[in-house]
Design a protein around this ligand. Structure first.
Ligand SMILES: [Zn+2]
Length: 141
């Protein structure tokens, strides 16, 4: 399955060039054209799925099976001491290309990438209500 206007489908098929670092029957990894750090790599399935909600479990399992070796290679090659795995689903999350993908972002201490973790707190009872709603939603899943 492909989508005619999708840049990642075109990269997967070879119609649009990219700096590919890995390719299998069903997946491609390539350097992000606008890297947050040198070696910032994207992993995509060759088939078109919009986002994490859209991609079938078996496709996702095969795709993510490539992450450990990719992450190891990115770390070794870049000399980074850490790596963030980032998956954006939905425009509000920052997803810009609507073909599911994972970012492998190499990190070093004080690299000033600016990821913030502004942790909040639940109001009384809010956590239990969300837990119950999620458990109910997942019970039939
Ligand atoms: Zn696509």
């Amino acid at each position: 399955m492909t989508s005619g206007n999708c840049i990642f489908c075109k990269i997967a098929s070879g119609a649009v060039p990219a700096l590919k670092v890995f390719e299998s029957d069903d997946a491609v990894a390539f350097l992000d054209i606008s890297p947050l750090a040198p070696g910032h790599t994207l992993l995509i399935p060759k088939s078109h799925y919009r986002d994490l909600i859209d991609v079938p479990e078996d496709v996702l399992a095969r795709l993510t099976s490539h992450l450990p070796k990719l992450a190891g290679a990115v770390l070794r090659v870049t000399g980074a001491t850490g790596l963030n795995l980032l998956q954006n689903t939905g425009e509000s999350s920052g997803q810009a290309v609507f073909h599911v993908h994972f970012h492998l972002i190499p990190r070093v201490a004080d690299d000033r990438l600016g990821f913030r973790w502004n942790a909040g707190a639940y109001s009384p009872g809010e956590d239990k209500a969300i837990q119950a709603a999620l458990r109910a939603a997942l019970a039939g899943a």
